[in-house]
Design a protein around this ligand. Sequence first.
Ligand SMILES: Nc1ncnc2c1ncn2[C@@H]1O[C@H](COP(=O)(O)OP(=O)(O)O)[C@@H](O)[C@H]1O
Ligand SMILES: [Mg+2]
Length: 328
Amino acid sequence: MSESDELELTTLPGVGPATKQKLNDAGIYTVLDLATAGPSDIAEAIDIDISKAVELNNKARKRLVELNRLEPDFINAAELLQKRRSIERITTGSKNLDELLGGGIETWAMTELYGEFGAGKSQICHTLCVTVQLPKDQGGLDAGAVYVDTEGTFRPERVAEIAEARGLPPEHVLNRITVARAYNSAHQELIVRELGRILSPGNVKLVVLDSAVAHYRAEFVGRSTLAERQQRLNRFMHQLLRIAEVYNIAVVVTNQVQAAPDTFFGDPSRPTGGHVVAHTSTYRLYLRKSGKNRIARMVDSPYHAEREAVFILNERGIDDPPEETRRR
Ligand SMILES: Nc1ncnc2c1ncn2[C@@H]1O[C@H](COP(=O)(O)OP(=O)(O)O)[C@@H](O)[C@H]1O
Ligand SMILES: [Mg+2]
């Protein structure tokens, strides 16, 4: 059987042509899509009980386990270590930042970049779209990227500049980046549901969501809509995490916050959706300005110490500060 046959929806018990059509209409085309969809989305798509939808979602996940594309629910820790060896890293373009991240941005994980306006979140995203394309011996994965732009801040000119400065042909680099402009939260959710079609061939190793939260923040204003906002955002973030795991890709999301993290998280009067993102992310980098430099801090990582790294913004995207200013 070819891979596309194995991932055909109707090969799952209980999925006939009519169900397949309804799933297609909701943007679910393959077993991979079904495994990454949330049960509530599946239930809505084919008008079944949530319990039936969970069952169907589990069937899809089981198929992926059989195909060795997803780890089983129970796994020996040694096997898990082996499995985690398939995790790859993308250089950020800054040695300091790579060091902080244990070698770069990880696949099979979601990394959150958060900080104030101008902290460098989008600049890191632009740079990663270039560095992911570098050959493996130069810290890349020789793969393309998808950039979901919710704020209209993606600049192909900036990508071309970064590519040029890093010795890659700009035209070629731009050709391997797929950009999706998301105009509202529902549109953003639709784009992410449709991602499977771009990701299936396996030539994309990075998905950027810049910003993951802005539309939710703008559309759900006031206390009365807070619960719905958190629920929608939670569903969305979990779908992203499943995508990172099923496709073994790096997912990077940005999140703009107004103040220092301590006051931000300690102040419940400013619930901006940030903590939903925080709980779903595998790694969190807090970014801030310090004169001309930028400082990144690794926050609540499962195994990185909470440390800081200094980087700068220049024609190479993000970079290390010149030798003499490196010590703070
Ligand atoms: N080519 C460049 N060289 C140096 N700095 C740049 C360049 N392009 C943008 N920047 C800087 O990047 C900063 C904006 O960073 P950005 O990533 O957009 O912030 P945000 O965290 O809000 O996404 C600005 O301070 C701007 O001066
Ligand atoms: Mg930005």
